[in-house]
Every structure is written in C-alpha cells, then in structure tokens.
Design a binder for this molecule. Structure first.
Ligand SMILES: Cc1cc2nc3c(=O)[nH]c(=O)nc-3n(C[C@H](O)[C@H](O)[C@H](O)COP(=O)(O)OP(=O)(O)OC[C@H]3O[C@@H](n4cnc5c(N)ncnc54)[C@H](O)[C@@H]3O)c2cc1C
Length: 467
C-alpha cells in the first residue's frame, strides 16, 4: 500500500466500516478509469462513506496525516478530475438518500451520491420537475454535478447547476462540516458560501448533500427536428422560436450532418426523421402548462422559420415515442463519436450571437493546421456552447495527432477572440489546468488560489486538479 502508512490505512478503514472500503484491484478497476479511457489512475484505498459523519471522520484523519483525497461521484466527468493518481479515493456513491422533498417550497434535499436520474424521479413522484438533464444522468451524481457546475440540455430555460442549488452540506478539508442546507430564496447575510463548492471540482471539500430547486412539471411538450443550412440560421431560428412561443423554448440543440450520420451508423434504432440530408439540424423543445395549442405553437414557429428562409425541412413529434426518438439522436452524439474513435475534444462557449463566428473562425483555423481533419461539432445553441470536436481524417494519415496541441490552441483562441470560455460546462480537471493558468488574468488566478489556500492550506483536496 504505497504512500499510505499502515496505521493511517487502518484508521481510515475503521472510519468507513463495515462496507465502506476496498483495496481489491478488480473492484477498484472501474473507479480508476475515465469514461473514454483517457485517464487511468491508482489508489491505495477507496473509501465509501455511508453518512456525512463518516465522510467527516475520513477527511479529519486524512487532514491529520496529510493524506491527499480524490473525491468521486459517478465517474462520468470528462476532464480527468475524478481519477486518483495515488490519492485516497473517496466515493460518495453510497450516500444516496433523498432526505426530503418539499413541494410547497419547490425544493428537495438529496445526498451527494443520488444520481441525476434518481433526483429527477424523486421530484416527479412529488409532481415536480428537477430539470438538470444530461446524457450521463443515469450514473452522474448530484455531488458530481454540483462539483462540476454541470449544464446539460435544459440550461436555456432552467440554468446550470449553480442556478439550481439552494443549499449545500460539505465536509471541509479539515474535517469540519459546513451545514448550509437551506431552502431560502433570499438570504443576504454575507458571502454566499455554498457558491464556493459549486464548480470547485472537489478542491475545497466533499459535497455530501444539496438542497435543489424544483419546478412545476410541464403538462405538455412539443418537440421538433428541423433542417437548416448553417449555424447562423440556428441562432436566428432560436430567437424567432422564443418570440413566437412567448418564451416556451426549453431546449435548442444543434448537430451537423456528419454527427447525425455517426449516430445512424452506430445505433440500429436511430432513424433520420427527414427524407433528405441537410447540412445542419436543430432539435427544438417547447414546454407548456397545458396541452392545448402546444403543437400549434411549434408549427407556427417553424412556419415563421420557413418564411424567414431559415428552415429547409422539419418533423414535429406526433407522440412521446417520437419525441424521445428525436432526443435520442442528440443524446447519442457523444457515444457515437466515442464509437467512431478518438477525437480532440473541446467544450467552448461564446455569447449566443457569436456562435456562427465561432464555428467559422474555428473551422478555418483548424483547416489551416490539419486540412483533412473532420470537425464533429454539436452542442447547445441556447447556451452558446459548442462541443467543438476534431476527429482525424479517415483513413488516418498518421500525423494528425502530432498537431493536437496546435488544434486545441486554435479552437480555444477562436473562442477567446469572441469573448468566450475554454470550458463551458465540463470544468477544468487536469485536462485544462495549464490552459486556464495561461488564459485567465493574474488577478483571477490569485483570487482562486487565495480561496483554495484559505480553505485547504495543506492542499489535500484533489491537489492535482484545477489550480
Ligand atoms: C455521455 C456523457 C455526456 C455528458 N454530458 C454532459 C452535459 O451535457 N453537460 C455537462 O455539464 N456535463 C456532461 N457530462 C460530464 C459529466 O457527466 C458531468 O460533469 C457530471 O456532473 C459529473 O458527475 P459525476 O457524479 O460523474 O462526477 P465525477 O466524474 O465522479 O467527478 C467530477 C468532478 O467532481 C468531483 N466530485 C465528484 N463528486 C464530488 C463530491 N461529492 N464532492 C466534491 N467533489 C466531487 C470529482 O473529484 C471530479 O473533480 C457528460 C458526460 C458523459 C460521459
């Protein structure tokens, strides 16, 4: 057990007894590899506390002995932040109680290991909506989503995790418990401390529970799959759909033909809803408080889009099964890309109106470096967020990967030149650590480091991540 003195290991195991630890290599294996296999790690010991008290005890022992911790939820993060490299791994997956669902306050309190899908179900049982939704929601946990400030497909209407958290309970790096589980909508009593843990990627403590905002469940939705010529048309159609529907647009996702083709090629159940190919597609979802007029509103928005020369063809879902099938085309995009092979991934955002410029500038810059590279770009138009992924040509000429760093810099430069971010929703992890140090101002980096030093002076919480 390298790096972990036996008496410390024994104390940690005792704190997590009886089922909350393992050193078994086979059991550990799935916790030590990132979803795409890009990072593989090691740990002397995985601890899985079942309660906040156990988690606090584990962190206190680590603090006393200067033992570094990597926190982990569902291990679906995409920037390498949950893969330990010799640290003790603390998995929050056993903390999965729904502590309270409070429909009158439109709030619920769940523990960190509750998956996003389970949180959605708990809300639905109380006839409420917990809106955070993303393709990995069956495995991604509330603790992980808080720690990465996750986004997903409903940000346009409901915001990111930061907008959905009312309160947080966390174990600080010295083992004390911050009890910040509140259902207050207004609380101006100083610094909003919970915000420090949202998007902190485990660097400031272990999130053990969160109180989340709930919403009325829409009574009806209309979902359409529309074909367009370019990204410019998508941005204009979004504005038009918002106006035509009186703000009912809850999802507006984009994918180009090559990504749709990958989905169709890799998933037998996927079907192109339209009869002829087009360069770009958007998936539009509108949500309504009542059934009446839902389909008509979508039809009116699409008709206005056709009239304005934006929409080339469109299909409106006739049933929930159709709607699900349309959504699957977008949700399967990451998995289809994974099945296609390795690609250089970017998660960039710009102001919504700058998305066409981002696409054009980014493509031109990539083409100047690797003319035969494939741009497999999809994302969330409503949030100005492109997953700007660059795949090697087919067949791979072999020298594509030598240009990886230049390609990444070109895409990030394109986003930065338009006032954008190099990490829209996936976080920093180990993947973008050097990049944020280069691109954020010295003042911003100093402020981040000062917060880290103040809460974690011994640097035991996810020490290789973010800073
Ligand atoms: C197919 C697929 C699609 C995805 N789509 C999206 C998307 O649309 N939008 C989006 O935002 N993300 C997306 N992601 C990324 C990922 O699902 C999210 O970042 C998710 O929030 C991570 O949750 P997790 O429980 O798996 O966290 P993990 O991967 O386990 O951890 C992520 C980070 O948070 C830290 N952490 C985890 N739990 C805790 C805790 N309790 N306390 C403190 N730190 C903790 C870890 O140390 C790590 O740094 C996708 C991932 C996949 C695989």
């Amino acid at each position: 057990m390298s790096g972990l003195p036996p008496h410390v290991a024994e104390a940690l195991k005792a704190a997590a007894e009886p089922k909350g630890w393992t050193e078994d290599e086979d059991t550990l294996a799935p916790y030590l590899t990132e979803w795409r296999g890009r990072w593989t790690g090691t740990t002397p010991l995985m601890l899985s506390p079942a309660t906040t008290a156990e988690a606090a005890k584990i962190v206190a022992i680590c603090a006393e002995h200067g033992v570094a911790i990597t926190p982990q939820g569902g291990n679906t993060g995409l920037v390498g932040g949950s893969t330990p490299q010799g640290e003790v791994l603390v998995s929050l997956r056993r903390m999965k109680s729904v502590r309270a669902v409070d429909p009158l306050n439109d709030a619920m309190t769940v523990e960190a290991g509750v998956t996003l899908a389970a949180a959605q179900e708990a809300a639905a049982e109380a006839d409420r909506l917990f809106p955070l939704s993303l393709a990995a929601e069956g495995s991604a946990t509330v603790g992980g989503a808080v720690s990465t400030n996750a986004g997903g497909v409903a940000v346009l209407r409901y915001g990111m995790m930061r907008d959905l958290v009312l309160g947080i309970e966390a174990v600080l790096p010295d083992g004390r418990i911050y009890e910040g589980l509140r259902t207050l909508r207004k609380d101006n009593t100083g610094y909003d401390l919970k915000q420090a843990f949202i998007g902190a990627e485990g660097t400031l403590g272990l999130v053990t529970a969160a109180t989340l905002k709930l919403f009325p469940r829409p009574a009806a939705r209309a979902v359409a799959f529309a074909a367009l010529d370019d990204v410019d048309a998508a941005v204009k159609l979004l504005a038009l759909a918002k106006t035509e529907s009186g703000g009912a647009v809850t999802g507006f996702e984009i994918l180009p033909r090559p990504v749709l083709e990958l989905v169709l090629a890799h998933f037998d159940t996927a079907r192109d809803p339209l009869s002829a190919p087009h360069p770009w597609y958007v998936l539009i979802e509108m949500s309504f408080g009542r059934e009446d007029g839902a389909r008509e509103t979508m039809e009116a928005a699409l008709a206005a889009g056709v009239e304005a020369g934006l929409v080339r063809d469109a299909a409106i879902a006739r049933s929930e099964a159709d709607a699900e099938a349309f959504w699957r085309l977008r949700e399967l995009a990451p998995e289809a890309e994974k099945a296609d092979g390795k690609a250089i991934k970017h998660d960039v955002s710009v102001p919504v109106a700058a998305m066409p410029a981002l696409y054009e500038t980014g493509c031109a810059a990539v083409a100047a470096i690797a003319p035969t590279a494939r741009v497999l770009c999809f994302g969330h138009v409503g949030d100005g967020n492109f997953h700007f992924n660059i795949a090697p040509p087919k067949p791979d000429a072999g020298d594509f990967w030598d240009r990886q760093e230049a390609i990444t810099q070109a895409v990030h430069d394109a986003a930065a030149s338009l006032g954008g971010s190099i990490s829209a929703e996936h976080g920093v992890g180990v993947m973008k650590k050097d990049e944020i140090a280069r691109r954020k101002s010295a003042v911003e980096m100093d402020m981040m480091r000062a917060i880290k030093r103040a809460l974690d002076p011994a640097n035991i919480m996810n020490p290789r991540v973010m800073l």
